[in-house]
Design a protein around this ligand. Sequence first.
Ligand code: FAD
Length: 257
Amino acid sequence: TTEDRLRPFNRSRVYMSDLESTLHYSLRVELAAHPVIKGEALSTLQRYISVLAKYFPGRPVVNNLLKSVDMWLKGEKDTELSYTSLRDALDNTAEVPNASLPEGVRWVACQGSKPHFRRYPCGMWTLFHVLTVQAEEAAGKDPQEVLQAMRSYIHSFFRCRACATHFENMAQESMSHVGTLSSAVLWLWSHHNHVNNRLAGALSEDPHFPKIQWPSPELCPSCHGVKNGEHTWNQAELLTFLRSHFSSEHLLSDYLE
Ligand code: FAD
């Protein structure tokens, strides 16, 4: 069966390999479609890299690379940037010691049963859930910081334009009301579930990974409740679950190079 070709993995865990693959794809493939980055796209890139440099819970060599790219971008006074110069910074052509972002992708929990399923979009959601949880853990100062970085990245660069439009509509409706770091974690969780709901049964759904209202009762029994015969989410339990599920201590490092 197709599933036999999947790498063995634990469906209830988050893998660093997916996060690094997402960074590789975003920074070396998706952004490469923009030979010149300026104006709004440039400030979007700066915010994205800044959030990654602050909160990405990576291996030291990857964190060093993100910090060096962030410092380089912050020091750049030009109003436009060529993708080639960004690529040089990502490939560490300046040879900053012990700093690199691995080349290529190795999808694990974001594998699809066919090449057109899951992968990078799955990685993007996972990355931003991790970042909202990290920002809360690090007691970041601005509850909007990670969400707005995601919003503008998706708006400026995410290749699926229909996805970007949908996400921007949701963001316009309610993102600015988020006033605490824990509500940022919950905002992303609940809006991801809106998307799951909209996409359940769609052609883009991998039959091996059906879209559900996540987490399932198996994954987090205490997150679910019933009130007057209706399903309810227990927000306090959910927050505890999300903090643990996406925490840096629980990231698995299998399949890393
Ligand atoms: P994904 O939805 O990608 O989720 C990845 C993993 O996150 C899941 O396997 C699960 O472990 C976990 N997860 C699931 N739900 C939640 C949740 N609520 N909170 C926290 N973790 C969760 N595709 C379209 O066809 N149309 C669109 O309009 C569209 N819009 C998108 C907008 C954005 C911003 C992004 C990043 C992606 C969008 N996509 C869209 C892609 C789509 O949402 C899925 O990413 C893709 O179909 C792959 O699905 P998946 O099964 O890997 O699960």
